[in-house]
Design a protein around this ligand. Structure first.
Ligand code: G6P
Ligand code: ZN
Length: 543
């Protein structure tokens, strides 16, 4: 066993995006590609002697190979210890939890979240810092700069480590601890939620369907729902993580999780349905014959948070991304706390959580989380809902109906135009931005524009400013249309149009969402000229 210094040449394009470096598997398979990036991470971090690193991924294709490489490189960089998930598996929230619990210096997550997996699919790598959250842009930018000049990397020539069982090994001077990927996470969940009440719920015949989508959440859901909570066998479907996610798209929304939606629409549907994504940080909540938007989910959790033991003291504040509906704002008003509005991207919540300004956070993109870790957390949201159902004895739809009756309903939908021409997409946005100053006060259909702007955010903790975060047209009655380009797509550009209408009157709380939003949908087309710019008569995905 010895440490080798191998020479290498820079690869172009290793700049991490919203959630780390994501590329096709075939790109990562080029000799030195992963090594260059990992060495750049280590070089950016500097001295790691005596430190602990957490390592794991969502089990997608290339995960096994990459984990072994990173272990041998960490050993050559002087880490004292690596905590690696059994089988190389750790969900994104579990990495965050393990970093925090064991005082690690940071962690490496191998995932491309909900992007397709398999030999032709995507792979990704992301570095998280000591608070358990994604590295800030200053760090990812430094990593990128390093990738442009790198000339060599250090790696041990040791043999593969057997990750199939929890065990301890020595690799050069470094200890490798293969850990149960679920244990620390399950322990944290038991501190936050009333496991006795949830156990009693299942013992009383309550039925649930959790769709693991053949991704990383399966083992966590099996251990916690069917194991600790005694849910009947078969509660978790598609529970075994597969390297290609069974050919499915592990992104929980009503379009991709069609099997779950069909099960929940059945006459004999279970009481509660939920799904999570590739790396376990997203969630979708479904009631019996009832779909819930992530925005409403956040608002209901916030309004009822004190029913869960971990949130009994109440919330310091709520935070949501700008395009997320303003349902949570109404709850914050009622609670007398602040609702922060941040740009899209979980990283913007980090400072608010660290500073104790926000307790719950949520995004329309099926992400919900809290101060318990520094990533969004799919199974946590599901357990939170289960805790509410157990504490109130009410079904999902009743809880939501009562919520709307109290706070009003924010009808909400997102229209995506995927894989459109990137140039046309930026022209569309540019022409919208030109119109912004003239929109205020204008009549659009039955609406009057209150204000229209390009969202900018000043972080209340460190004062950093982010501009150009999405065009919003806000009507005098609080309805909104938001336009932005996706920051996560890999093909062309994706235009997202977010539509929101506020309705206070309970007589109008049970309209079909697309019908309730039809006037706003028309206005969006008129103002932005979507079909003209994109050549598309309708969105490719509606959620
Ligand atoms: C990732 C991030 C989320 C973000 C989402 C938005 O999932 O972790 O924080 O909301 O991307 O993606 P978009 O494609 O809309 O930029
Ligand atoms: Zn994810």
């Amino acid at each position: 066993m010895s440490i080798q210094v191998r020479s290498t040449l820079p690869f172009a394009g290793q700049r991490p995006g919203t959630s780390g470096l994501r590329k096709k598997v075939t790109v990562f398979q080029q000799p030195g590609y992963l090594e260059n990036f990992v060495q750049s991470v280590f070089d950016t971090l500097g001295d790691c002697s005596g430190q602990t690193l957490v390592l794991g991924g969502d089990g997608r294709y290339h995960n096994r190979v990459a984990v072994q490489t990173i272990l041998r490189m960490a050993a050559a960089h002087g880490y004292a210890r690596v905590l690696v998930g059994q089988g190389g598996i750790l969900s994104t929230p579990a990495v965050s939890c393990v970093i925090r619990k064991h005082g690690a210096m940071g962690g490496i997550v191998l995932s491309a979240s909900h992007n397709p997996g398999g030999a032709d699919g995507d792979f990704g790598i992301k570095y998280n810092i000591a608070n358990g959250g994604p590295a800030p842009e200053s760090v990812t930018e430094a990593i990128y700069q390093r990738t442009t000049t790198i000339g060599s990397y250090r790696i041990s020539d040791a043999d593969e480590i057997d990750l199939s069982q929890p065990a301890s090994y020595q690799l050069e001077q470094m200890a490798v601890q293969v850990i149960d990927p679920v244990a620390d996470y399950a322990e944290l969940m038991q501190q936050l939620f009333d496991f006795d009440a949830m156990r009693a719920l299942f013992a009383g015949g309550f039925r649930m369907c959790f769709d693991g989508m053949h991704a990383v959440s399966g083992p966590y859901a099996l251990a916690i729902l069917e194991g600790l909570l005694g849910a009947p066998a078969g509660t978790v479907i598609n529970a075994v993580p597969l390297e290609d996610f069974g050919g499915h798209h592990p992104d929980p929304n009503p379009v991709n999780a069609a099997q779950l939606i069909a099960i929940m629409a059945d006459d004999d549907a279970p009481d509660f349905g939920a799904a999570s994504d590739g790396d376990g940080d997203r969630n979708m909540i479904v009631g019996r014959r009832f779909e819930l938007t992530p925005s409403d989910s956040l608002a209901v959790l916030a309004a009822n948070a004190t029913l869960a033991p971990g949130y009994r003291q109440g919330l310091a504040g709520i935070a949501r991304s700008m395009p997320t509906s303003r349902a949570a704002d109404r709850v914050a008003d009622a609670l007398g706390i602040t609702c922060y509005e941040t740009p899209t991207g979980w990283k913007f919540f980090g400072n608010l959580l660290d500073a104790g300004k926000a307790t719950l956070c949520g995004e329309e993109s099926y992400g919900t989380g809290s101060s318990h870790i520094r990533e969004k957390d799919g199974l946590w949201a599901v357990l939170f809902w289960l805790n509410l159902l157990a504490a109130t004895g009410k079904p999902v739809q009743q809880l939501v109906d009562e919520h709307w009756a109290r706070f009003g309903r924010n009808y909400y939908s997102r229209h995506d135009y995927e894989a459109i021409d990137a140039h046309a997409a930026s022209e569309l946005m540019a022409s919208l931005r030109i119109k912004l100053p003239s929109l205020a006060g204008q009549d659009l259909g039955n609406y009057v524009v209150d204000y229209a702007d390009d969202f900018a955010y000043t972080d209340p903790v460190d004062g950093s400013i982010s501009t150009g975060q999405g065009v919003r047209i806000v009507m005098t009655d609080g309805s909104r249309i938001v336009f932005r380009l996706s920051g996560t797509g890999t093909e062309g550009a994706t235009l997202r149009v977010y539509l929101e209408r506020y309705e206070a009157d309970p007589t109008y709380h049970h309209l079909l969402t697309q019908q309730a939003l039809s006037a706003l949908i028309l206005i969006a087309e008129q103002v932005a000229g979507i079909s003209g710019w994109t050549g598309r008569a309708r969105p490719s995905v509606i959620t």
